[in-house]
Ligand binder design. Structure first.
Ligand code: CA
Length: 165
Protein backbone atom coordinates (compact mmCIF):
# COMPACT_ATOMS: atom_id res chain seq x y z
CA UNK A 1 0.00 0.00 0.00
CA UNK A 2 1.06 3.59 -0.57
CA UNK A 3 0.84 5.81 2.48
CA UNK A 4 1.29 9.58 2.80
CA UNK A 5 2.60 10.97 6.08
CA UNK A 6 1.97 14.66 6.75
CA UNK A 7 3.96 15.42 9.89
CA UNK A 8 6.37 18.28 10.64
CA UNK A 9 8.09 16.66 13.65
CA UNK A 10 11.11 14.91 12.03
CA UNK A 11 11.54 12.35 14.83
CA UNK A 12 7.90 11.24 14.77
CA UNK A 13 7.81 11.22 10.96
CA UNK A 14 10.98 9.08 10.79
CA UNK A 15 9.69 6.63 13.41
CA UNK A 16 6.31 6.02 11.77
CA UNK A 17 7.82 5.99 8.25
CA UNK A 18 10.26 3.27 9.37
CA UNK A 19 7.47 1.26 10.96
CA UNK A 20 5.32 1.49 7.82
CA UNK A 21 8.20 0.61 5.49
CA UNK A 22 9.01 -2.41 7.64
CA UNK A 23 5.36 -3.34 7.25
CA UNK A 24 5.94 -3.45 3.49
CA UNK A 25 4.35 -0.13 2.55
CA UNK A 26 5.57 2.57 0.19
CA UNK A 27 5.81 5.81 2.16
CA UNK A 28 5.75 9.44 1.04
CA UNK A 29 6.42 12.17 3.56
CA UNK A 30 5.56 15.88 3.55
CA UNK A 31 6.07 18.31 6.43
CA UNK A 32 3.64 21.12 5.69
CA UNK A 33 -0.09 21.39 5.15
CA UNK A 34 0.33 23.01 1.74
CA UNK A 35 2.56 20.16 0.54
CA UNK A 36 0.05 17.63 1.85
CA UNK A 37 -2.75 19.38 -0.01
CA UNK A 38 -0.77 19.28 -3.28
CA UNK A 39 0.33 15.66 -2.82
CA UNK A 40 -3.25 14.56 -2.17
CA UNK A 41 -4.49 16.26 -5.34
CA UNK A 42 -1.85 14.78 -7.61
CA UNK A 43 -1.57 11.21 -6.46
CA UNK A 44 -3.47 8.27 -5.15
CA UNK A 45 -2.60 7.10 -1.67
CA UNK A 46 -4.25 4.25 0.17
CA UNK A 47 -3.96 5.99 3.52
CA UNK A 48 -3.13 9.42 4.92
CA UNK A 49 -1.46 9.82 8.31
CA UNK A 50 -2.19 13.43 9.20
CA UNK A 51 -0.75 15.61 11.95
CA UNK A 52 -3.13 18.46 12.79
CA UNK A 53 -0.49 20.94 13.94
CA UNK A 54 1.17 21.55 10.58
CA UNK A 55 2.86 24.82 9.62
CA UNK A 56 1.02 27.05 7.17
CA UNK A 57 -2.13 25.17 6.30
CA UNK A 58 -3.54 23.42 9.38
CA UNK A 59 -4.16 19.67 9.21
CA UNK A 60 -7.87 20.24 9.82
CA UNK A 61 -8.03 22.37 6.68
CA UNK A 62 -6.13 19.72 4.67
CA UNK A 63 -8.71 17.16 5.80
CA UNK A 64 -11.63 19.48 5.08
CA UNK A 65 -10.39 20.14 1.54
CA UNK A 66 -9.73 16.44 0.93
CA UNK A 67 -13.31 15.48 1.82
CA UNK A 68 -14.71 18.49 -0.09
CA UNK A 69 -13.08 17.03 -3.22
CA UNK A 70 -14.95 13.80 -2.55
CA UNK A 71 -11.90 11.72 -1.67
CA UNK A 72 -12.63 8.67 0.43
CA UNK A 73 -8.98 7.91 1.28
CA UNK A 74 -8.77 6.65 4.89
CA UNK A 75 -7.30 9.25 7.25
CA UNK A 76 -5.60 8.54 10.57
CA UNK A 77 -5.15 11.77 12.50
CA UNK A 78 -2.23 12.02 14.92
CA UNK A 79 -2.24 15.04 17.16
CA UNK A 80 -1.06 16.51 20.43
CA UNK A 81 -4.47 18.16 20.90
CA UNK A 82 -6.52 16.33 23.44
CA UNK A 83 -10.09 16.52 24.61
CA UNK A 84 -13.53 15.24 23.74
CA UNK A 85 -14.54 18.28 21.68
CA UNK A 86 -11.39 18.04 19.61
CA UNK A 87 -11.92 14.33 18.88
CA UNK A 88 -15.52 14.92 17.87
CA UNK A 89 -14.54 17.84 15.66
CA UNK A 90 -11.85 15.87 13.84
CA UNK A 91 -14.02 12.80 13.29
CA UNK A 92 -16.83 15.04 12.01
CA UNK A 93 -14.40 16.62 9.54
CA UNK A 94 -13.92 13.19 8.01
CA UNK A 95 -11.10 11.48 9.88
CA UNK A 96 -11.45 7.71 10.17
CA UNK A 97 -9.40 7.32 13.32
CA UNK A 98 -7.52 9.42 15.85
CA UNK A 99 -4.37 8.93 17.95
CA UNK A 100 -3.13 11.36 20.61
CA UNK A 101 0.63 11.86 20.91
CA UNK A 102 2.62 10.36 22.43
CA UNK A 103 1.43 6.96 21.23
CA UNK A 104 2.99 3.51 21.09
CA UNK A 105 4.19 2.46 17.64
CA UNK A 106 2.51 -0.91 18.08
CA UNK A 107 -0.86 0.79 18.52
CA UNK A 108 -0.18 3.04 15.53
CA UNK A 109 0.62 -0.01 13.38
CA UNK A 110 -2.50 -1.83 14.57
CA UNK A 111 -4.71 1.14 13.69
CA UNK A 112 -3.12 1.39 10.24
CA UNK A 113 -3.78 -2.31 9.64
CA UNK A 114 -7.40 -1.90 10.76
CA UNK A 115 -7.98 1.08 8.44
CA UNK A 116 -6.41 -0.67 5.44
CA UNK A 117 -8.45 -3.82 6.13
CA UNK A 118 -11.63 -1.81 6.28
CA UNK A 119 -10.95 0.02 3.03
CA UNK A 120 -9.87 -3.18 1.24
CA UNK A 121 -13.13 -4.88 2.18
CA UNK A 122 -15.09 -2.06 0.57
CA UNK A 123 -13.70 -3.08 -2.82
CA UNK A 124 -13.53 -0.85 -5.86
CA UNK A 125 -15.99 1.97 -5.49
CA UNK A 126 -14.17 4.65 -7.41
CA UNK A 127 -13.53 4.87 -11.15
CA UNK A 128 -10.96 7.22 -12.66
CA UNK A 129 -10.55 7.95 -16.34
CA UNK A 130 -8.25 10.85 -17.09
CA UNK A 131 -9.62 13.77 -15.09
CA UNK A 132 -13.03 12.16 -14.67
CA UNK A 133 -13.70 10.50 -11.33
CA UNK A 134 -16.82 8.62 -10.30
CA UNK A 135 -17.90 7.63 -6.79
CA UNK A 136 -20.11 4.65 -7.69
CA UNK A 137 -21.97 4.08 -4.40
CA UNK A 138 -22.38 7.81 -3.81
CA UNK A 139 -23.49 8.52 -7.41
CA UNK A 140 -21.18 11.51 -7.56
CA UNK A 141 -18.79 12.61 -10.29
CA UNK A 142 -15.98 15.12 -10.66
CA UNK A 143 -13.82 16.56 -13.41
CA UNK A 144 -10.58 17.31 -11.60
CA UNK A 145 -11.74 18.92 -8.37
CA UNK A 146 -15.01 20.25 -9.80
CA UNK A 147 -18.15 18.32 -8.83
CA UNK A 148 -20.58 17.61 -11.68
CA UNK A 149 -24.29 18.23 -11.24
CA UNK A 150 -25.84 15.10 -12.72
CA UNK A 151 -29.31 13.62 -12.66
CA UNK A 152 -29.61 9.93 -11.78
CA UNK A 153 -30.10 9.13 -15.48
CA UNK A 154 -27.05 11.15 -16.48
CA UNK A 155 -24.97 9.45 -13.80
CA UNK A 156 -26.14 6.04 -15.04
CA UNK A 157 -25.15 6.96 -18.59
CA UNK A 158 -21.70 8.24 -17.62
CA UNK A 159 -21.17 5.14 -15.45
CA UNK A 160 -22.04 2.88 -18.37
CA UNK A 161 -19.72 4.80 -20.72
CA UNK A 162 -16.93 4.80 -18.16
CA UNK A 163 -17.15 1.03 -17.81
CA UNK A 164 -16.15 0.77 -21.51
CA UNK A 165 -13.69 3.65 -21.96
CA1 CA B 1 3.07 19.17 14.33
Amino acid sequence: MRILIAEDDPAIAAAIADALRQGGHAVDHVDSGAQADVALRDSTHDLLVLDLGLPGLDGSEVLHRLRQRGSGVPVLVITAREGLNERVRVLDLGADDYLVKPFALTEFEARVRALLRRSASKGTTEVRIGRLRLDLPGHRAWIGDTPLELTAREFGLIEALASRP
